[in-house]
Ligand binder design. Sequence first.
Ligand code: AQP
Length: 343
Amino acid sequence: MPVNNRVFSGIQPSGDLHLGNYLGAIRRFVPLQQTHECIYCVVDMHAITVWQDPDELRRATREVAAAFIAAGIDPKAHIVFNQSQVMQHAELAWVFNCVARIGWMNRMTQFKDKAGKNSENVSLGLLAYPSLMAADILLYKAGSVPVGDDQKQHLELTRDIAQKFNNDYAASIAANGLDPEYFPITEPLIAGPATRIMSLRDGTKKMSKSDPSDASRISLLDTADAIAKKIRRATTDPEPLPDNEADLKGRPEADNLVGIYAALSDRSKAEVLTEYAGAGWGTFKPALADLAVAVLEPISTRMRDLLDEPDTIDAHLRDGAERARTIAEKTMFEVRDIVGFIR
Ligand code: AQP
């Protein structure tokens, strides 16, 4: 059971948003607005852990904000902002850098993947990334965090950081009259048929903004023609679709395309296979392309309209940041007292 009704999640403006970001995260953010208090953040400080061209960072920040709104997130009823406007994220991340252990960071598979053989030469920020992510979530004491499967390990680290902070400072937390579980033990929300969308070129690799091949991903701003072409050319095996999910095992590309179909149509993979059992790719790929275009086109049209008015997007981000800052500053007031900083 989540400890409270507040949800936090973030997306990096580190390139073109893709179907994995949409199905694994943004699409799932929308219904949570009915039941939760939602805080959705464009995590621009995370993006610069890898060098970003400043103009491109501004463009990509607006693109993520536009995607949130175009997908159905209401920036007035909930909070949409960019991380760098609320400096308390950096302040709490520093405290957490002093709570977390270097060994914890070195074990993160995302760091190992991104640093590759070059780990001495990547930014210090890339190593400390999960500490900033813990700060993003815990600044708002969010009970749940909807993310794709690739973020599971970082969320476990967030829980470890919360626990260690609560233990290390237990006496001070009590002396300040605060709840002994000062930072909540956040629940990850990772569910559904699309927790990890794979590359269209290689079913064993995650669909990712940083994949050098544009054909590996469907971008949210792709035209209908581009979407259909990428799906038509997606790597597959020669077999027809099976009639049950177990038989997708060992067929990563087939499993991925069925998962995408299921997520786009809000069905389970089993339901999709019941409909398409025995079908070849000549039948399934055009059906998937039609479905993807039907779902994504209204979103990309709305995104383009919003991006034509950057001042309006910036105003939403500023307004969201102001409301986020009020919550964040309350937490930091307490944290400064807990840690022993004079204010
Ligand atoms: N392939 C994916 N399938 C499902 N969910 C995904 N997410 C990312 N890729 C997939 C989810 O999208 C949210 C935002 O991700 P992010 O931009 O903050 O970071 P990321 O996971 O590093 O995304 P990318 O696209 O792979 O970016 P690069 O290439 O820059 O590293 C998260 O909830 C994530 O789980």
